[in-house]
Design a protein around this ligand. Structure first.
Ligand SMILES: *[C@@H]1O[C@H](CO)[C@@H](O)[C@H](O)[C@H]1NC(C)=O
Ligand SMILES: *[C@@H]1O[C@H](CO)[C@@H](O)[C@H](O)[C@H]1NC(C)=O
Ligand SMILES: *[C@@H]1O[C@H](CO)[C@@H](O)[C@H](O)[C@H]1NC(C)=O
Ligand SMILES: *[C@@H]1O[C@H](CO)[C@@H](O)[C@H](O)[C@H]1NC(C)=O
Ligand SMILES: *[C@@H]1O[C@H](CO)[C@@H](O)[C@H](O)[C@H]1NC(C)=O
Ligand SMILES: *[C@@H]1O[C@H](CO)[C@@H](O)[C@H](O)[C@H]1NC(C)=O
Length: 382
């Protein structure tokens, strides 16, 4: 034992017990005295400099600004400069606690795949009007497009950094993942809807929002196809163990929840295989197979296995029917809303609901005028 320890031992055994209770009180008392003298916010500096023995005290480190949760909830600007790799990595992160320590109104993210300005934009403006805070919009255009919607448009400033896409190509899937990843960065986005520039809403915003946020499944078309367009290639077995039994087909226009959107952006197992295959096969049409097959590969159960976006497929055609000015009637919109003879029961959360479709395609630019006219009466907005 050195001298100090010896002295401490003596102190403890004789008077420590009593005195130790007194010392903190004395300290508190003098602290209160100093506090009373300097009731302003500079107290810590004053106190430290008054007790420091050095005549010229070292400067204090700058105070750390306090950071609240709001800073982490604020999504980055859609005009970021992240690479796809950076963006997808960031978007793959997810909160694990299921409840939120703040008020969170679930938003629906509308993801538009377009060439440039949206031809049916005025209809969508009417659809969104008055529902700010419950949706967010993301637009992927051709990178050569330099135009912009007017400043008072809800589409203004919502274009994400985009890359060239080609019909039936993996670049289209890459654009979908890019849109999803951007939308995932806004933690309030709960549902993700992929739309083309020829899509229209069939109901008003409150109905679309309620159907999507109230569902416990995603709506992704995913079915087994045994016809001549199977498009499965043994390459997928050699490259990634993807079997013909796991192979699926489906339209690319989906409505998915956050959990599934995260799976799509974070897939680094199968996406590279599809991309590799497409690089060697022009017009590989993998946009109709990648996401439907991914769902089967990861065994995703929370899916209605159908899309909420109507399209009229004609036998033997590569594209669905396009509706122009003369085709758009009240009867057409009502038929589509009612399921348009799809032969489906359109179950929703395992019950009857009757909402078969929320959106429909393909509508030409010249269909805008009759759609605009029918919207208040048939779709319920405008
Ligand atoms: C994005 O901008 C920041 C700041 O100018 C820069 O440090 C970063 O390297 C840029 N990233 C890319 C991918 O260009
Ligand atoms: C279907 O469900 C949605 C969302 O809960 C609701 O808004 C709509 O009224 C329902 N429709 C019918 C016909 O039950
Ligand atoms: C495919 O499966 C085999 C056997 O289970 C495994 O050894 C191999 O690593 C897998 N390959 C890929 C690319 O997943
Ligand atoms: C959709 O398909 C998956 C995989 O086959 C299945 O697990 C799920 O139950 C199906 N969903 C409905 C609503 O039938
Ligand atoms: C969705 O909800 C319905 C009704 O509550 C339930 O019967 C069904 O099992 C749920 N489905 C999934 C995939 O969680
Ligand atoms: C729709 O529901 C009815 C009654 O439950 C059933 O008889 C019929 O087979 C169902 N149709 C389809 C296509 O699932």
């Amino acid at each position: 034992m050195n001298d100090v320890n010896k002295a401490m031992a003596v102190f403890h055994s004789h008077i420590g017990g009593k005195l130790l209770n007194v010392v903190p009180m004395l300290l508190l008392f003098s602290l209160g005295f100093v506090l009373g003298m300097t009731s302003d916010s500079k107290f810590p500096n004053f106190y430290l400099s008054s007790v420091a023995s050095s005549p010229s005290p070292a400067p204090l480190p700058p105070q750390n600004p306090q950071v609240g949760l709001a800073r982490f909830l604020e999504p980055p600007s859609v005009m970021h400069n992240m690479t796809d790799e950076e963006l997808l990595w960031l978007a793959s992160m997810t909160p694990k606690v299921r409840s939120t320590p703040y008020h969170r109104a679930p938003k629906v993210a509308f993801l538009f795949l377009a060439r440039g300005d949206l031809p049916l934009r005025p209809l969508w403006e009417k659809f969104f009007a008055g529902h700010e805070g419950l949706y967010s919009i993301y637009v992927h255009t051709d990178p050569s497009y330099t135009g912009s919607p007017p400043e008072d448009s809800v589409f203004y400033g919502r274009m994400i950094p985009s890359q060239k896409t080609m019909w039936g190509d993996m670049s289209l899937v890459a654009a979908e993942r890019r849109l999803l990843a951007n939308a995932l960065l806004d933690l309030s986005n709960e549902r993700f809807v992929m739309l083309s520039e020829s899509c229209i809403p069939l109901y008003d915003f409150p109905t679309v929002h309620a159907v999507l946020t109230g569902s416990n499944t995603s709506f992704v078309d995913s079915f087994v196809n045994h016809d001549s367009e199977v498009r499965y290639n043994p390459f997928f077995a050699d490259r990634s163990n993807i079997t013909l039994a796991q192979w699926r087909k489906g339209a690319q226009w989906f409505e998915m929840d956050r959990a599934l959107a995260r799976e799509v952006v974070s897939d680094d197992t199968y996406f590279p295989a599809f991309r590799e295959y497409c690089a060697a096969q022009p017009s590989c049409l993998m946009d109709e197979h990648y996401i439907p097959t991914l769902l089967s590969l990861i065994g995703w159960r929370h899916n209605a296995n159908r899309t909420l976006t109507y399209a009229d497929w004609r036998i033997g055609e590569v594209h669905p029917q396009t509706y122009g000015r003369d085709d758009v009637t009240e009867d057409l919109i009502r038929k589509i809303r009612g399921g348009a003879g799809s032969g489906r029961n359109c179950t929703y959360n395992d019950g009857a609901n009757g909402t078969c479709y929320l959106f429909a395609r393909k509508f030409a630019h010249d269909a805008l005028e009759p759609l605009f006219r029918l919207a208040p009466k048939v779709m319920g907005f405008g």
